[in-house]
Design a protein around this ligand. Structure first.
Ligand SMILES: Cc1cc2nc3c(=O)[nH]c(=O)nc-3n(C[C@H](O)[C@H](O)[C@H](O)COP(=O)(O)OP(=O)(O)OC[C@H]3O[C@@H](n4cnc5c(N)ncnc54)[C@H](O)[C@@H]3O)c2cc1C
Length: 232
């Protein structure tokens, strides 16, 4: 179980201490009971997470043969979406197919594999990248006490997320996106989906139950607004 914050939010660094982590986690009523068991380790902080993608083919020509990037070695984003295994295993099947087709031709193998990766997997990397940037902008606005800026490019997707709690089709669509079964455009293009989401456009999302920022700072043993560094 993880508590995720914005890089540069100095106050939340206190979460690396087990007692602080436990009191913060217990302040979220819908997940508090998840930590009723015996811990099997200390808190494991994780930072310096990169959004990174590697491609060994440039201008249709491989820069190396005999080596291909797979799984996290190909791309990584923040792990909160839990997509790494799905995409890694999917990509392993692309490599299997490319090897099957071009075992005797190292150049074609690398080009074929890179092309399939670009076509099928890069949209998922891009999706997560966009989502991270949206989320970081939301975090930053909340931390700085600014209203959330409307983002027309993602208005429909935000409407989908708002609708998840009371519309089963929206919920199915959202979990298809989350589970790497369908990209957002595909879900939003489903018959009737845009109509059913129109009522949710621009509607502010109700925050899940949990502490306010000031209550969180008190749990972290800190008071006052903390500076937020640029970037995420
Ligand atoms: C905290 C966290 C939670 C996550 N939760 C989920 C989740 O719920 N669902 C999900 O789908 N994904 C999740 N992920 C992502 C997922 O773990 C990764 O995407 C996935 O493990 C990538 O697989 P991989 O084989 O590419 O790399 P890895 O699993 O990292 O495997 C690489 C292996 O190579 C070994 N290695 C490294 N260097 C060398 C070397 N020089 N010689 C020999 N061996 C070496 C390493 O020890 C390691 O065993 C999570 C990631 C993190 C960090």
């Amino acid at each position: 179980m993880g508590v995720i914050g914005l890089a540069g939010d100095q106050a939340i660094k206190a979460l690396r201490h087990a007692q602080v982590w436990e009191s913060v986690t217990r302040s979220f009523p819908t997940v508090a009971h998840w930590i009723d068991g015996e811990p099997i380790s200390d808190v494991m902080p994780m930072a310096g997470i990169l959004d990174r993608r590697r491609c060994f083919v440039i201008d249709d020509a491989p820069i190396a043969t005999g080596v291909v990037p797979l799984g996290d070695a190909w791309a990584c984003t923040n792990p909160s979406a839990a997509r790494g295994f799905s995409l890694g295993i999917w990509q392993a099947t692309l490599l299997r197919d490319a090897v099957g087709r071009h075992a005797d031709d190292p150049v074609s193998l690398v080009v074929d594999y890179a092309g399939a990766t670009e076509r099928l997997l890069t949209p998922w990397f891009q999706d997560q990248n966009d989502r991270d940037r949206q989320r970081a902008a939301q975090f930053r606005a909340l931390l700085e006490g600014r209203p959330l800026e409307p983002n027309p490019a993602h208005a429909m997707e935000l409407a989908l997320i708002s609708a998840v709690r009371d519309d089963p089709e929206a919920a199915r669509g959202w979990f298809d996106i989350f589970g790497c079964l369908a990209l957002p455009n595909e879900v939003l293009g489903r018959p009737g989906m845009r109509d059913r989401l129109s009522a949710y456009m621009g509607r502010p999302m109700a925050p899940p139950p949990g502490p306010t920022r000031d209550e969180l700072l008190a749990l972290l043993g800190t008071t006052g607004r903390m500076p937020v560094a640029a970037g995420h």
